[in-house]
Design a binder for this molecule. Structure first.
Ligand code: 5GP
Length: 126
C-alpha cells in the first residue's frame, strides 16, 4: 500500500504557520520545536518539512539533501539542548511509527528526550 500523507495533521499545520510552536532550530528542510507535553526536561521534536508520514517513508523517498539536513539537525538540536555525548549526558531518540509503534501524529518526527536519566525503553515481550 502506498504511503498516504494527511495534510491536515497538526505538524503540517505548524509548518504552514497555522499553529504556533516553540522553535528550537530551523533549516531549509527541517524544523525542531519543543513538545507541547514534555516527557523529560529536554523533549524536542525534529520534523522534515516535506510530507513524509513516517521514518521509513522519509528514508525511502526523501532526497539526499533532506536526509543530510535532517541528520545534521539532530546534532544541532542535541548541541543546543546540551545532551550531546561529547558535552552532556546523552539522550534518547524515538520515532514512533504506525499502529504498532503507537504514532499519534502522522508526520514523521523524531523525539529527542534527555536532561535526566530515562527509564527502560519498553517492557520485554511476554
Ligand atoms: P507521537 O505519539 O506521534 O510519537 O508523538 C506526538 C507528539 O506530538 C506528542 O509527544 C505530543 O505531545 C506532541 N504534540 C501533539 N500536538 C502538538 C502541538 O500542537 N504542538 C507541539 N509542540 N507538540 C504537539
Amino acid at each position: 500500500m502506498p504511503y498516504t500523507y494527511d495534510s491536515d495533521n497538526i505538524f503540517a499545520k505548524i509548518l504552514r504557520g497555522e499553529i504556533p510552536n516553540s522553535t528550537v532550530y530551523e533549516t531549509e528542510h527541517t524544523l525542531a520545536f519543543k513538545d507541547i507535553q514534555p516527557a523529560a526536561p529536554v523533549h524536542v521534536l525534529i520534523i522534515p518539512k516535506g510530507p513524509y508520514v513516517s521514518y521509513d517513508h522519509f528514508a525511502a523517498e526523501a532526497s539526499d539533501a533532506e536526509i543530510v539536513d535532517f541528520t545534521r539537525a539532530v546534532n544541532e538540536v542535541c548541541k543546543i539542548t546540551g545532551v550531546k555525548m561529547d558535552d552532556g549526558n546523552g539522550f534518547r531518540a524515538i520515532a514512533n511509527t504506525g499502529h504498532d509503534g503507537v504514532q499519534d501524529v502522522p508526520h514523521f518526527h523524531l523525539h529527542i528526550l534527555g536532561g535526566r536519566r530515562l527509564g527502560r525503553m519498553i517492557q520485554p515481550a511476554s
